[in-house]
Design a protein around this ligand. Structure first.
Ligand code: PEP
Length: 245
């Protein structure tokens, strides 16, 4: 039985006062239903978020993590550092990092291993571009991105990993994959993970909103969502969490 999970990716948004208002609204309205809710603020605000979430059932996550434990890696944050700030999750391999920071499949696999070793739950993002979908390469791309991670960390670690299927063409565009399109890829990922993947949560991400979440969550292999824009609004994010519960 996989507990549904809804994760908010704030991206590079927020301020001390805006975070305070957002987290006050979320902690007041989220009752700890049968789904899990998590927020991933920018690293600069993890300390603030950790304090504001104290005593709440809302979990904290980071938007990235270094594959290295420590040393001369300017601008990076290790898994152990994230853990000190109360993070349970860390998003890795988001398409914005793959695109703007040239993050490779191998780099994502190494980050995944470092997070698992530190006891954090990696949220590994995979997804095809519009050009790849239009040229029927979707499943090949997904297979390559998923197997880079599973081959490197070993299938026995899979229960502790979350995978987020995020078609690049649906992120921040208002274009959501249909529940059937998403389910096809989720089922493919689950099949690729093998029997140990039965416990792996596979989230959908890409313009999830309060009004499309329920249909997506109704699909057999969709275990929740990674939410960008709608995670910055209390009512919308709570509604998506409730749809998963
Ligand atoms: C994301 O940033 O992972 C995302 C899915 O964004 P949005 O919900 O805004 O499309």
């Amino acid at each position: 039985m996989r507990t549904p999970l809804v994760v908010g990716n704030w991206k590079m948004n927020g301020s001390i006062s805006a975070n305070k208002a957002l987290l006050a609204g979320l902690t007041e309205q989220w009752q700890g239903q049968s789904a899990e809710l998590a927020v991933c603020p920018p690293a600069a605000y993890l300390n603030q978020a950790q304090q504001l979430l104290a005593g709440s059932t809302i979990a904290l996550g980071a938007q990235d993590a270094s594959a290295q434990a420590s040393g001369a890696y300017t601008g990076e944050h290790s898994a152990a550092m994230l853990q000190e700030f109360g993070c349970r999750f860390a998003i890795i391999g988001h398409s914005e990092r793959r695109e703007y920071h040239a993050e490779t499949d191998q780099a994502v696999a190494e980050k995944c291993k470092a997070l698992l070793a530190a006891g954090l739950v990696p949220i590994v993002c995979v997804g095809e571009t519009l050009a790849q979908r239009e040229s029927n390469e979707t499943l090949d791309v997904i297979k390559r991105q998923v197997s880079a991670v599973t081959d490197f960390v070993g299938s026995e670690a899979l229960a502790g990993v979350v995978i987020a299927y995020e078609p690049v063409w649906a992120i921040g565009t208002g274009l959501t994959a249909t529940p059937e399109q998403a389910q096809e890829v989720h089922a493919f990922i689950r099949q690729q993970l093998g029997s140990l993947g039965d416990e792996t949560r596979i989230l959908y991400g890409g313009s999830v909103k309060a009004d499309n979440a329920e249909k997506l969550f109704g699909m057999a292999d969709i275990d929740g969502a990674l939410v960008g824009g709608a995670s910055l609004k209390v009512d919308d994010f709570i509604a998506i969490g409730n749809a998963a519960a």
